[in-house]
Design a protein around this ligand. Structure first.
Ligand SMILES: Cc1cc2nc3c(=O)[nH]c(=O)nc-3n(C[C@H](O)[C@H](O)[C@H](O)COP(=O)(O)O)c2cc1C
Length: 359
């Protein structure tokens, strides 16, 4: 048995909640808290999950659904599932296979993986591990020179898209400064090598991505760019004006600014503002297939799962990620059947009741 194939210990793991409990038992408390926790009072973190209860289904009965089609298309890539794996900084901390194992699991499931700048594995190794599309989530850590070098490496390695975040990743600062971590192999300042831990605070201070940085990044990267972290219609429109190929409605899992609304809650506003001009992705609080279906009904093309697969990674390495994906896939299939809908492409607002105040 290899380290990457540690078995999922128990057949009782039938939900993401089970994986969360298993992860809590298997990794040190500091690692679990890093994975599980959110900013300040964790109000947004809790609300991200709770908000799905506000949306209820309108199933179509007596509809025979023989085969459910879970396929979607994101940035021109055909995906077998309507969810992708979100960037999760330093996944290698959760299990040695880390980003490599997660990317391979995504590829094997026919979906995309998004690699964080804060990666414990080289981006080339992560790309090589996956048979599916891999996107690179870029922070300007180390300044523009380091970012430019990372963009070039991502291009050469065959990454399919860049994901940028238009705010500062302050939530990682305390974790990274906590000690015990090696250098970041993908943040290479030309002539100086990878950014070592002691320099991370300084690197973070320079990592803010502004709208003008986005213009600069667009000059360097000819492929599609996804703007992650949009929470208002205004920012969505601005992202389109700045050339984003897709936007991702996200509060980064409630880990940055606390007390912002749940992602699902602002999805209708963003969908209205975008008016079909660009693809809309969404993440935050997804733990079950029904959560994914609700986001798709409200207008997301696909969603990103963060903790849902990271709990699996922490609990059982790559086998855990495979299982987490399978749990969500089975959930999706069952939910579509019970809704009387044959394909995720057919999902729309007619399948859900949404509180009046949301529009
Ligand atoms: C441990 C952890 C680390 C994260 N690191 C990053 C990161 O480096 N870059 C990023 O864009 N988002 C990061 N995120 C946010 C995720 O990409 C995603 O937006 C979030 O996890 C979605 O919420 P969910 O965990 O409830 O699914 C991180 C999330 C977690 C849980």
């Amino acid at each position: 048995m290899t380290r990457s194939s540690r078995p999922v210990a128990s057949p009782r793991v039938v939900s993401i909640a089970d994986f969360r409990a298993l992860a809590q038992r298997r990794v040190p408390r500091a690692v679990f808290d890093y994975l599980d926790g959110g900013a300040e009072g964790e109000i947004t973190l809790r609300e991200n999950c709770r908000v799905y209860e506000d949306v209820t289904f309108r199933p179509r009965h007596a509809v025979a659904v023989a085969d459910c089609n879970l396929c979607t298309r994101v940035l021109g890539f055909d995906l077998a599932l309507p969810f992708m794996l979100a960037p999760v900084g330093y996944s290698r901390l959760m299990h040695p296979v880390g980003e490599v194992g997660a990317a391979r699991a995504a590829g094997n499931a026919g979906t995309a993986y998004i690699l964080s700048t804060i990666s414990g594995h080289k981006l080339e190794d992560v790309k090589a591990a996956s048979t599916g599309p891999v996107f690179y989530q870029l922070y300007l850590m180390g300044g523009r020179a380091a970012a430019e070098a990372a963009i070039e490496r991502a291009r050469l390695a065959g990454f399919s898209a860049l994901v940028v975040i238009l705010s500062r990743p302050g939530w990682l600062a305390s974790f990274l400064l906590d000690g015990g971590l090696p250098a970041l192999p993908n943040v290479v300042v030309p002539g100086k090598g990878p950014v070592p831990l002691v320099d991370v605070a300084a690197a973070l201070a320079e990592s803010t991505v502004t709208w003008s940085d986005l213009g600069w990044i667009r000059e360097l990267w000819r492929g599609p760019i996804v703007v992650k972290g949009v929470l208002t219609g205004d920012d969505a429109r601005r992202a389109i004006d700045e050339g984003a190929a897709a936007i991702s409605v996200s509060n980064h899992g409630g880990r940055q600014l606390d007390c912002v609304p749940a992602s699902l809650r602002v999805l209708p506003e963003v969908v209205k503002a975008v008016n079909g001009q660009t693809e809309i992705l969404m993440d935050g609080g997804i733990r079950r297939g029904t959560d994914i279906i609700k986001a798709l009904c409200l207008g997301a093309r696909a969603v990103l799962c963060g903790r849902a697969y990271a709990y699996g990674l922490a609990a059982a390495g790559e086998a855990g990620v495979n299982r987490a994906i399978e749990i969500l896939r089975t959930d999706l299939d069952r939910t579509l059947r019970l809704l009387g809908c044959a394909s995720v492409a057919e999902l729309d607002r007619s399948y859900v009741n949404v509180p009046r105040s949301w529009d």
